[in-house]
Design a protein around this ligand. Sequence first.
Ligand code: FAD
Ligand code: UQ1
Length: 448
Amino acid sequence: MSCQKLLLCEVHSLSRKFPSVQNIRKFSSKRSNGNRRFKLVVIGGGAGGCSIAAKFAKTLGPKSIAVIEPSDVHYYQPMWTLVGGGMKSLADSGRPMSSVLPSSIEWVKDKATEIKPSKHTVVVGTGSSKQEIQYDYLVIAVGIQLQYEKIKGLPQAFNSPGVCSNYSSLYVNKTLQALKDFNKGNAVFTFPNTPVKCAGAPQKILYIADQFLRKNGKRDNAKLIYNTSLGVLFGVKHYADSLWNVVKSRDISVNLRRNLVEVNARDKTAIFEDLDNAGKLETVSYEMLHVTPPMGAYDLIKKNSEDIPDAVGFVDVNKGTLQHVRHPNVFAIGDCANLPTAKTAAAVAGENGILFRNLTNVMNGKEPELIYDGYTSCPLVTGYDKCILAEFDYNGQPLETFPIDQSKERRSMFLMKKDVMPEIYWNLMLKGNWNGPAPFRKLFAPFK
Ligand code: FAD
Ligand code: UQ1
């Protein structure tokens, strides 16, 4: 069955498991009988868009908020690391969009195609179905775009065995299949030469693969290779030191400054450029290839929204207040914002309380008052029962919640990632009631 057909089956089974909220107001941009002006418009119904819409749904009246989001399914993407390793299913990671958006908002089930900040307008749809939606206040939460097509030979190579990627609902099920099919040879894992979401995920699956192959008696026949475009294993030394120990103890080869440029599925080779020697290419044969795709700002922001992006293409916000630097009635949250921190759902949790208070102030004619410290977290899963819980701020300073050394591999942190975090996400964060673990950090501070 093709990846797309598999996905459709998933969507149908999800709708049976999580019935849609009955009274949610949904209109397609093709029908123009709905209200087209809203006090608050949120673009994107992912981690950031859902959680911020939920917060404002509690304070603004009905019909005040519109969420523009084209997808039928909302995915808890952090679970895909575990899906790739066979610890959860893809269906476990998704819920119908209608069941996670607040019931009092208007869901514009379409794609935003242009933002016109000078006219306080978002354009949705294209061609004859194009329509304009007006806002008093705007929150941009569209995430970051996957760009598999920037690698020669992709995405076509995903149709061949052994090529997989935890970063997409289309390809994540191929990871477990590739592990099961593996007999001998190279298992290669990549990290692109672009900003990414969850910078730890490209190596989490490397460690899971190592454990999987050991459990199945195939590790001796395997060479595990981690080729990363970065010059370091992880951006924060406190955790990178521990990860180097993991890599050495598990006999994994790490090559820094290697960027995947081509996949040749016919002869099962991957071609990398050496970022320190211009023009030098290296060909690596693979039995299994896990690709972390290049990523970048969506064209919506980068090309189609005058005065919204920074020079690179992400939404140009104040890194403390999350308010747009030129348009005071526009804010951004999550992966689409040009915040100099690691892009994660944990960062979204740290941001959403700040954004809510600051935008509420602006709505009441006051100045933003809260300042985001860049809090982000990456549960670095290192196998089927271990995890290093990285937590840090804008300066790369550890900002740890628990009164233990979190740079050590721990089973408790693995259980938190696997069993506790999904509950926090679905039941607290998406309902607007989780601003990250700062209160727990304060509670545990005396025990550190
Ligand atoms: P998203 O959640 O991606 O949502 C963006 C939404 O915008 C989507 O629903 C999309 O359909 C919509 N959209 C896009 N374009 C448009 C448009 N033009 N118009 C309207 N809507 C649009 N984070 C962690 O904290 N911990 C982890 O362990 C972790 N592991 C991860 C592992 C993997 C494999 C992956 C892929 C991610 C992981 N993350 C993790 C990162 C986390 O999932 C993201 O950082 C988080 O989802 C960002 O939230 P967001 O709202 O900015 O973007
Ligand atoms: C977190 O708050 C969060 O957002 C919901 C995540 O995203 C899935 C995380 O992975 C982590 C680790 C946190 C931080 C939470 C705690 C309890 C340390």
